[in-house]
Design a protein around this ligand. Structure first.
Ligand code: NAI
Ligand code: SOE
Length: 394
């Protein structure tokens, strides 16, 4: 069992989640595929970097991420910065031969994502994009049931990602509302998670027909630092800046396997906090999931007797995906942290075994192509075909 040195870039929300995963992964999954060593963390300035190192248990800190990429002692580069830095860091890290885990969305556009994909493709490294929700045990259980044919041929997928952290017009103009940093709004930030889940469970997208809306055109300017995600409100006296991304996305989908679907995402849905849901109907049954009740998967099997047919609730536990590493009794409760711990496990296992892991940069690039098609469709008010990354061809 090798030690692998991690250089983490960005010590905000995801810096916290990834640091937790690195320290906890061997506690959950033992023997661990490798031991992640929290070697160096980079932040925007020296003070933030030193503070992040103390807080998240890193041995060293730097305000220059290039020092991580150039350090021969570093095995793994973890990109947890706002989206505009993903491409530059990932391309430099791939050229330096580092294994890379990059937060979602892979980048701001398909073009940037392609450059990242091209950089990792022939570099002989393991690359992963951090769509962690598919590692929620109940979602992995849905995948298992689908692969076993338990609900037959999939007819449709209805997915949502609804939040309310920015529903107040006085929640700040974080980087998530600025196109130059984020690339897009609710689309790249949260709809991409549902797109990833839809690709995982149903398959590739052929075409989309979409609407993008921006309900709140300006917000109080936030003065730098990690994103406050609406927890700090600007008053009437704070200068406001333009929101140049979408607040909401709705799209219809035609899948390559003939299924149809819809995906909706908003960060303005009062009362919805992290409402990632899907409902899938197949020829032999249905599956329903709601992340706000993430220990549960609801299933209905058409083959049940007429007088028993209906939704039943499975509470995930040791008998289900990732059950060996998690908690010994169903319904003790898995959280967001556990999805990141499982993600870290699968990433380090791929490094240790010299295999690839999913979702990787091909998946991140494909998701970016879907995002671009959604934007084009909203602009044209028409169905738009989604190009396919060659290695993901049917
Ligand atoms: P955040 O705003 O909380 O943290 C970003 C951090 O990066 C800040 O502390 C900032 O100071 C730092 N940073 C900025 N420039 C830097 C530089 N040049 N060098 C080093 N550090 C720098 O943002 P958050 O929420 O952590 O998001 C980061 C990434 O993770 C984004 O791509 C976001 O889309 C993604 N994300 C993914 C989630 C998931 O569920 N997988 C959840 C939240 C975010
Ligand atoms: C804000 O919408 C956010 O932090 C997203 O950036 C994450 O990807 C999501 O998992 C939680 O909400």
């Amino acid at each position: 069992m090798k030690n692998l040195n991690v250089g983490l870039i960005g010590g905000g929300f995801m810096g916290k989640a990834h640091s937790l995963a690195y320290s906890a992964m061997p506690m959950f999954f033992w023997p661990a595929p490798a031991i992640p060593v929290r070697h160096t963390i980079a932040e925007a300035n020296d003070q933030l970097a030193a503070e992040a190192a103390r807080r998240f248990g890193f041995e060293n800190s730097t305000s220059d991420w290039r020092r991580i990429v150039e350090d021969p002692r570093i095995d793994v580069v973890d990109i947890a910065t706002p989206n505009h830095l993903h491409a530059e860091i990932a391309i430099a890290a791939a050229q330096a031969g580092k294994h890379i885990i990059c937060e979602k969305p892979l980048a701001r556009t398909g073009e940037e994502s392609k450059a990242m994909y091209d950089a990792v493709k022939d570099a002989g490294i393991v690359h992963m994009v951090a769509f962690n929700y598919r590692r929620t045990p109940a979602i992995a259980l849905a995948k298992k049931y689908i692969e076993e044919g338990a609900i037959g041929r999939i007819l449709n997928f209805r997915g949502t990602y609804l939040q309310d952290w920015s529903a107040d017009p006085n929640s700040p103009l974080s980087w998530r509302f600025q196109k130059s940093i984020a690339g897009s709004g609710a689309l790249g930030d949260i709809a991409t998670h549902v797109i990833d889940i839809a690709r995982y469970l149903v398959g590739e997208f052929n075409s989309v027909n979409s609407i993008l809306s921006t309900w709140i055109p300006d917000r109080p300017i936030q003065s730098g630092g990690a994103d406050a995600l609406g927890n700090v409100r600007g008053g009437d006296d704070v200068p406001r800046g333009e929101v140049d991304v979408d607040d909401e996305v709705m799209t219809m989908v035609r899948f390559a396997n003939g299924a149809v679907g819809s995906i909706e995402a908003t960060r303005n849905g009062w009362g919805r906090n992290n409402f990632i849901t899907f409902e899938i109907h197949g020829t032999e049954g249905s599956i329903v999931f709601n992340y706000e009740r993430r220990d549960e998967l609801q299933v209905c099997f058409a083959g049940d007797a007429d007088d028993r047919r209906g939704f039943r609730t499975i509470y995930t536990g040791p008998a289900h995906p990732y059950g060996d590493g998690l908690w010994p009794i169903p319904a003790l409760g898995v959280g967001y942290g556990e999805t990141k711990i499982i993600e870290a496990h699968d990433f380090f296992q791929a490094i240790a075994e010299g295999t690839s892991v999913s979702p990787n940069f091909a998946d991140g690039y494909q998701t970016a192509l879907i995002d671009d098609a959604i934007v084009a469709s909203a602009e044209k008010d028409a169905w738009v075909d989604v190009p396919r990354v060659a290695e993901l061809a049917d």
